[in-house]
Design a protein around this ligand. Structure first.
Ligand code: AP5
Ligand code: MG
Length: 213
């Protein structure tokens, strides 16, 4: 399975990616996670990404396209992958197509997890992530067993720095302006599959499996 997962910020891409990765046994490649890891490691790229992420803007294409191409060239992506949060504008989509064609790779599907704007700010502001393993929770919709502690590894849960209301609103605007046009781009390629992301966690995954059959 060679897949992309797209959708508005907070739509549940990362949450569903955990299920998809396990079910189809493919690596999950999230540009957001890669930038957060680089920030944590204090690399030059991490510092650069931070200055854009904290404003809810896109990290420049020169940086983003390069790290995705490097990652897709690794051996574990040979039989499949799930790209999450990339591409996010037309230039990235065209660069990805060029890379895939050059390497004889064909995408099986682009999954669009569709959720209306009104629900999303609440989802982002209430999100908590594990500092250690990255597992995602929500203070209302997906509570850990013990407040503020990860069920998987017992580490503290934290809020992403870009999960403030102001940044969330800005990220949604950037999506409408730059990422939404990609839906048409992939529809024209005949590989766009839309699922309703405003349902229970399990029902969203059931629908994803159904459209990928
Ligand atoms: P990124 O990390 O990709 O963030 P995003 O697109 O804003 O998406 P999120 O991770 O916020 O949402 P999600 O859809 O994964 O939702 P989740 O599953 O966590 O990017 C961050 C930044 O990095 C960007 O702003 C940009 O600066 C930079 N960047 C990344 N990629 C880039 C690129 N290609 N080019 C340039 N810059 C780039 O769920 C959200 C919450 O809702 C959770 O709390 C979850 O528990 C809850 N939830 C999930 N599903 C449900 C459900 N069905 N019902 C109720 N609650 C739910
Ligand atoms: Mg995510």
């Amino acid at each position: 399975m060679k897949l992309l997962i797209t959708g508005r910020p907070g739509a549940g891409k990362g949450t569903q990616a955990v299920n998809i990765k396990e079910y189809y046994n493919i690596p999950h490649i999230s540009t957001g996670d890669m930038f957060r890891a680089a920030m944590k490691a204090g690399t030059k790229m991490g510092l650069l990404a931070k200055s854009y992420m904290e404003k809810g803007q896109l990290v420049p294409d020169e940086v983003t396209i390069g790290i995705v191409e490097d990652r897709l060239s690794e051996a574990d992506c040979k039989d499949g992958f799930l790209l999450d949060g990339f591409p996010r504008n037309l230039a990235q989509a065209e660069a990805l197509d060029k890379f895939l064609t050059k390497n004889g790779i064909k995408l099986d599907a682009v999954l669009d997890v569709n959720v209306e704007n009104s629900v999303l700010v609440r989802r982002m502001v209430g999100r908590r992530v594990c500092k250690n393993c990255g597992a995602t929770y929500h203070v209302e919709f997906n509570k850990p067993l013990k407040d503020g502690i990860c069920d998987n590894c017992g580490s503290p849960l934290v809020q992403r720095p870009d999960d403030t209301e102001a940044t969330a609103v800005n990220r949604l605007a950037v999506y409408d302006e730059q990422t939404a046009p990609l839906l048409d781009y992939y529809k024209k390629q005949g590989i766009l599959k839309t699922v309703n992301g405003d349902q229970s966690f399990d029902k969203v995954f059931e629908d994803i499996k159904a459209v990928l059959k």
